[in-house]
Ligand binder design. Structure first.
Ligand code: AMP
Length: 602
């Protein structure tokens, strides 16, 4: 069995050899990914056999010798004995752990930390166990991805990274377990400290800034220190593309204040957390010439609507790096606008539950990126998904599913839902993500992220996923681009309170546009839903005309603040593309300044 983390690759302080080692390790695993997966499952079961959840399915099989059993036989026994599960099936166990039950419920080792999944795609935050393995694999995938990137975009030794990362607050459950988002736990882990220590010269912000718990204050300091070290910055990164766009849209408003702080060596009173003030003030000193240079650049950039902001202000940066796929795709346009000539490199694929795949082709544009599954992180199964109607042109209609297959049996071009069995006590857990096998990296599949499986817009027989909505909004917003107006963000709601039910799409836009153009956008979007159920229902008027609501500037920031106020982390925030949350709907409706309907259909 391969170790989860290759033996102390950090101890080697020999530049790129360290990267070569981790790539060699991964490529070797990939040669025989099917076999490694079987061994990974065996290791998980050897560690956790006998826990209450597994006993429920295996019973008290005294004569089952897990430690010595053949790995393939164990794999078939496991998949034929333990059923597929959803979060709801495991929730009662996780809840007992949260309440302080110390019996081995999901893992033999006690779970002392729980993660909160962002809940911004699903509407509900979920508790998931977090263990040392979670932090180790996070460190490992970051190093692996960095190794592949360094082959395409080498960075200077001693350079820095402008890391727009944010911890959120951690709290204790009734049973005394530490809870917070997975990224927050990682930033507080030994693994992150190792990374910080070993690469001390690389990061712009001290730990106090990352863990301030107030993303607005962290953001200001990240930008300030990023500017201060601007000549040394090798790349700019954040977990999700959304945070980078947010950071630079704030920069557009705060650049004068930032320049003032750089000139005087002061720190704006908007930073009022004493530890953060102290840590930042220790680093900064007056730099009038840098302040004047940045000010000059910003005055020019203002006239260019901030196009090329990143490449101008960070002249030595080689690329911009973050997750840009899935629901982040919408922000690509704005990110490209800010990045100028700099390449955008899309980051890896994972979830609070487990990391899944690494981007081994960092030179590809984000639209083409795939993720090579890392076969030691978890045991993965794949539920084949087929479209219900072969003759339908819908991007994704309703799914029909087949029996799950192991990693070694996936087929090129086939779509699947991912199922995870993890070292942290999740067994045959349906993640709810739809992926497509786009190729292979040696023996491991390269996955394309398609969408969350859950239908987001449905009134009656119509079925639309996040991906369907994304395509529709892209079509509709092309008309906006022609009018030189920017679509800042969007979400939607299926209104079934009034008859006939209908879809509402909310847009926040930047720029002036005539009502007639908006009506055309609305009509175009209505006609772009190709789902058969929607088309039929619209024709018979059992679904009413599409409604497009334009919300005032800043509405989506209010939504962000609502989620952050409820414990979501900036590092993991994803704008919900559809919502039934009454508070969010209230914000959207109060902020609606224009409303148009798609009158003519078909
Ligand atoms: P979280 O709630 O923070 O655990 O979010 C995990 C979810 O974010 C995954 O299940 C995916 O739906 C989405 N996600 C994570 N990484 C990527 C990626 N590289 N591309 C697209 N979607 C992603």
């Amino acid at each position: 069995m391969e170790p989860a983390v290759p033996v102390s690759y950090y101890s080697k302080n020999n530049g790129n050899h360290e990267y070569d080692d981790i790539i060699d390790w991964f490529e070797n695993l990939c040669e025989n990914a099917g076999h490694v997966q079987t061994q990974t499952l065996r290791r998980i079961l050897q560690l956790n056999y006998g826990v209450e959840y597994l006993k429920k399915w295996f019973g008290e099989r005294e004569n089952l010798n897990i430690q010595n059993m053949d790995a393939c036989a164990l794999e078939s026994l496991f998949t034929s004995t333990v059923p597929l599960a959803s979060h709801a099936d495991l929730d009662p166990y996780i809840q007992r752990i949260a309440d302080g039950d110390e019996a081995p419920l999901l893992t033999q080792q006690p779970i002392t930390t729980l993660s909160l999944s962002s809940g911004t795609t699903d509407g509900r935050q979920k508790y998931v166990p977090f263990t040392g393995h979670s932090a180790q694999t996070t460190l490992q995938i970051f190093r692996l991805a960095a190794a592949y990137r360094s082959r395409v975009y080498p960075i200077r030794e001693g350079g820095r990274i402008l890391e727009l990362i944010y911890s959120s607050k951690r709290f204790k459950t009734k049973g005394g377990l530490t809870t917070g988002t997975a990224t927050t736990h990682y930033f507080a882990s030994q693994e992150f400290k190792i990374k910080q220590e070993k690469t001390k010269s690389f990061t712009c912000s001290p730990e106090e800034v990352i863990s301030s718990g107030d993303y607005k204050q962290s953001n200001y300091c990240h930008l300030l220190l990023g500017l201060l070290f601007s000549n040394q910055v090798e790349f700019i990164t954040s977990t999700f593309a959304y945070s980078i766009v947010q950071a630079f849209s704030t920069f557009e408003e705060q650049w004068q204040e930032l320049c003032n702080d750089i000139r005087e060596g002061t720190l704006s009173p908007r930073i009022n957390i004493p530890e953060v003030r102290k840590a930042v003030l220790e680093i900064i000193s007056p730099n009038p010439s840098l302040a004047s240079k940045i000010e000059g650049c910003c005055q020019e950039l203002q006239n260019l609507d901030w196009c090329g902001l990143i490449s101008r202000l960070w002249p030595n940066a080689k690329y911009v790096y973050s997750i840009m796929t899935g629901s982040m795709q919408h922000y690509l346009k704005k990110l490209r606008h800010y990045a100028g000539e700099l390449p955008l490199v899309s980051a890896d694929y994972g979830s609070t539950e487990s990391w899944i795949g690494v981007n081994v082709d960092p030179y590809l544009p984000p639209e083409k990126v795939t993720f090579a599954v890392v076969p030691t992180f978890s045991y993965y199964e794949f539920i084949p998904l087929y479209r219900q109607k072969e003759d339908c042109h819908s991007a994704i209609d309703d799914f029909i599913e087949d029996k799950p297959v192991p990693l070694s049996h996936v087929k090129l071009g086939q779509q699947y839902e991912i199922v995870l069995t993890t070292f942290t006590g999740l067994y045959r857990y349906r993640l709810g993500d739809v992926v497509e096998v786009a190729g292979f990296h040696k023996g491991t599949p390269k996955l394309n992220f398609v969408c969350r499986r859950k239908l987001i817009l449905t009134v009656n027989i119509d079925k639309n996923t996040e991906k369907d909505l994304q395509l529709v909004v892209e079509r509709g917003s092309q008309l906006l681009s022609q009018a030189r107006v920017e679509l800042v963000d969007f979400t939607s709601h299926a209104d079934i309170a009034n008859q006939p039910g209908h879809y509402i799409i909310y847009w926040e836009i930047k720029g002036e546009v005539e009502e007639q153009v908006l009506s055309e956008c609305c009509r175009e979007m209505d006609a772009s839903f190709v789902d058969h159920g929607y088309v039929v229902s619209r024709k018979t008027n059992s679904i009413g005309p599409l409604e497009l609501c334009i919300v005032e500037t800043g509405t989506f920031k209010k939504i962000l603040d609502y989620f952050i106020g409820n414990g979501a982390a900036m590092s993991q925030f994803k704008t919900p593309r559809c919502t039934s949350n009454q508070v969010i709907l209230k914000i959207l409706n109060v902020c609606t300044i224009k409303r148009v309907y798609s009158t003519a259909y078909g």
